[in-house]
Write a protein that binds this ligand. Structure first.
Ligand SMILES: *Cc1c(COP(=O)(O)O)cnc(C)c1O
Length: 344
């Protein structure tokens, strides 16, 4: 069996970052790198983004933040609550921490005091998602504890942040009001947050009035459009999943990518791009997939499962829409058995 390849275009990534930065119009870009940079690999992406002027990198967890820190001196932010040794490692590496609960706030302050460090903290207000974040009624207490620690020199409150549901404009507007109230409460308590961040890809792109001074963006930088959303001007998917024809089986061909590589087996019926044009997936097996054949099909022919250069149902989001998920999931499910190949 041949090995499937995710071909990644550095040039497309650079162009997306430039387009996103232009669109943000002054709000700074924090490039979100969770899930191994949405399946594309962190190290090269940090280097490329940094060359393109990106000065903030965001990750969900601390281990990913440490991987980012290993290749850049720019600002690195981890927003998921973490525990003991990881908090210490983050502090040691100068990773900034998102804090959205009293328990975590106390843990971060205690670690900072033990290590004699001054930790950059971004306080999270829960604006409605209920995923972590201080509830509005608990915000004043959080601010009091954080300001007290700031006065002692163990933390620095560098940001206020939240995450939007992006389900409706009305909900997002209401979330912004809660967010701005929280910022005012912090400011009235003498806090001077340097950055305010509320928006991810879709809201930052479509709702400029919601943007703070910093926008945490993943999907659009990798060219992954929103499910049921339009193609975005100036952005393109940076990767292409390519499999090779391994065998002809009657009217069908067998290509070297399958469910074990992370291709959802319920994608049967989707179209892939062959040298003869689009053909339908007939069945997805463990390590291979059966596709409708074409005249003259040969072993070694390239088949593009998704990605630029293939027409039709060709971006990761189009595949995702078929099975009611998002483009990110198609990419992040791809296992390490899919070889990542970087091109310029
Ligand atoms: C994933 C995530 C982002 C980035 O979202 P995109 O839609 O990929 O831009 C931003 N902030 C948080 C908290 C996230 O979990």
């Amino acid at each position: 069996m041949s090995t499937p390849v995710l071909e990644i275009s550095r040039a497309a990534f650079r162009a997306n970052i430039a387009a996103v930065r232009a669109r943000l119009d002054g709000s700074q870009l924090m490039l979100v790198m969770k899930d191994d940079a949405y399946g594309h690999g962190i190290e090269w992406a940090v280097a490329e983004a940094e060359a393109g002027g990106v000065s903030w990198f965001g990750s969900y967890d601390v281990p990913t933040a440490l991987r980012i820190r290993a290749v850049t001196a720019q600002r690195v932010y981890a927003w998921a609550p973490s525990t003991g040794p990881e908090i210490d490692a983050a502090i040691g590496a100068g990773v900034e921490l998102g804090v959205g609960s009293m328990e975590y706030l106390h843990a971060v302050i205690a670690a900072a005091e033990r290590l004699g460090a001054r930790v950059a903290v971004h306080l999270k207000i829960d604006t409605g998602l209920h995923r972590n974040g201080f509830r509005p009624e608990a915000w004043a207490d959080a601010v009091a504890v954080a300001r007290d620690a700031e006065a002692r020199g163990s933390i620095r409150i560098v940001g206020v942040w939240s995450h939007l549901a992006e389900a409706s404009d009305e909900e997002d507007d209401a979330a912004q009001e809660v967010f701005l109230d929280a910022v005012r409460i912090l400011q009235n308590a003498g806090g001077e947050p340097e950055v305010l961040h509320l928006t991810a890809s879709a809201a930052a792109w479509w709702r400029p009035e919601l943007r703070g001074t910093l926008s945490r963006i993943g999907a659009f930088c990798y060219g992954i459009r929103s499910a049921e959303g339009p193609q975005l001007e100036g952005l393109s998917l940076i990767s292409r999943l390519v499999a090779t024809v391994d065998a002809m089986e009657g009217e069908l061909v067998r290509i070297g990518v399958g469910a074990f590589h992370g291709l959802p087996s319920i994608l049967r019926g989707a179209e892939v791009a062959t040298p003869a044009g689009l053909r339908t997936i007939v069945r997805i097996d463990g390590d291979s997939t059966l596709v409708e054949g074409w005249p003259g099909a040969q072993e070694g022919d390239r088949v593009v499962v998704f990605g630029p250069g293939a027409d039709g149902e060709s971006d990761a989001t189009a595949l995702a829409e078929r099975i009611d998920t998002v483009g990110e999931e198609i990419l992040t499910r791809l296992t390490p058995a899919v070889r990542r190949e970087l091109a310029d």
